[in-house]
Write a protein that binds this ligand. Structure first.
Ligand SMILES: NC(=O)c1ccc[n+]([C@@H]2O[C@H](COP(=O)([O-])OP(=O)(O)OC[C@H]3O[C@@H](n4cnc5c(N)ncnc54)[C@H](OP(=O)(O)O)[C@@H]3O)[C@@H](O)[C@H]2O)c1
Length: 325
């Protein structure tokens, strides 16, 4: 595979659509990781589609709607190439910074999808996730409302983000769940205990978000740029942050010995862990730069040997700080 060939495809879950084996996270194009170059972000999205990356990930809360509006024109122009995924659940008020509440009520979901479709300016969303579960709304009510959107032709497939194995099972018994999206990386492995095995058992695809540890695993460090909130996260700040950066430096050193980059090691690791668990994964590394997109897609040809995997396991076991859910 060179920098022009399309990547391989896989089925998103037992009965889902075919997608490129790696997707693209678009969140950083609008918010959270500092100021973005809009032209370079758009070019990155275009190049991703050229390379067969089809699972394009956004959410209504990224930039309080900005992300859906930003990627909408590219998605519309290349509709057949794209499996566009968005999410509902975080309620934000423009001008109120990072403050949010959560809403899973059916009436909210019905309003949220209409707004997402309007911002993207499309008729049907391919994959709609519940971004976070709110415990005081029965899951059956929320998933029932999501299933009604499929019947109404507004959504094709359903997904859930950051749910427990039991919630995944219950939701799947109400309406087939195509994908579960949660953080899964060398630095965030808790899903391997229950959620990953449950997804494997039910034939639900796993979409690992932040597979690069929100950038930490690439060794690129933090820019400290205005609007970059990562310094506030438990795994990035204080003594835990210092410790984890040292671990990341060891990933970079190992990558150097293999003649690849740390980002490529991190991505190859997720793909190989999925094989161990016997399930389909379509990681969605986020990038706003074409050169990094190409680097991340080149990870698909990397195969880590047992010795490298053992070294990485040891590093993963000593990560400090709670991951942000
Ligand atoms: N469901 C949820 O609750 C949830 C939560 C968080 C994120 N997500 C989704 O998951 C996607 C990915 O997660 P994420 O963006 O938070 O974290 P990530 O993919 O682990 O890391 C993204 C960071 O890594 C940098 N990066 C990417 N490739 C690189 C490379 N080859 N070398 C050096 N740096 C590189 C990016 O910078 P540049 O952009 O400047 O290249 C960005 O700062 C998001 O875009 C979003 O769609 C979902």
């Amino acid at each position: 595979m060179n920098g022009h060939d399309p990547i391989a495809t896989t089925r998103l879950g037992a009965h889902g659509p075919l997608v490129g084996v790696q997707g693209l996270g678009c969140m950083g194009m609008s918010e959270f990781y500092g100021v973005s170059d809009r032209d370079e972000s758009r070019a990155t999205l275009e190049l991703a589609l050229d390379r067969g990356v089809s699972l394009i990930d956004t959410a209504d809360m990224y930039g309080s709607g900005d992300n859906e509006r930003f990627i909408g024109p590219v998605i519309r122009a290349r509709r057949a190439d794209v499996l566009i995924a968005s999410k509902f659940g975080f309620v934000r008020t423009p001008g109120e910074g990072l403050n949010f509440s959560l809403d899973n009520r059916p009436e909210y979901i019905r309003r949220a999808i209409d707004e997402t479709l309007r911002r993207l300016n499309i008729e049907t969303l391919d994959l709609y996730y519940m971004h976070r579960r709110v415990k005081d709304v029965p899951l059956a009510e929320s998933v029932g409302a999501m299933a009604d959107l499929v019947t109404a032709g507004k959504v094709r497939y359903l997904g859930l983000s950051e749910v427990t194995a039991q919630e995944l099972q219950e939701a799947h018994s109400i309406h087939p769940i195509t994908a579960v999206q949660s953080e899964w990386s060398l630095f965030a492995r808790d899903v391997e205990a229950e959620v990953v095995p449950m997804a494997a058992e039910l034939g639900i695809a796993f979409v690992p978000y932040a597979p690069l540890g929100r950038g930490m695993l690439t060794g690129a460090g933090l820019t400290g740029a205005e609007g970059d909130i990562r310094g506030l996260l438990p795994q990035f700040g204080g003594a835990a942050g210092e410790h984890n950066r040292q671990l990341a430096a060891q990933v970079t050193a190992l990558a150097g010995q293999l003649g690849v980059t740390a980002a490529q090691v991190a991505l190859a690791w997720v793909h190989q862990r999925a094989q161990v668990h016997g399930l389909t994964v379509v990681p969605i590394p986020g990038t706003r730069r074409r050169v990094r997109l190409q680097e991340n897609l080149a990870a698909l040809t990397l195969r880590l040997d047992a010795q490298a995997l053992a070294s990485l396991d040891a590093l993963a076991a000593s990560v400090q700080g709670q991951r942000l859910v």
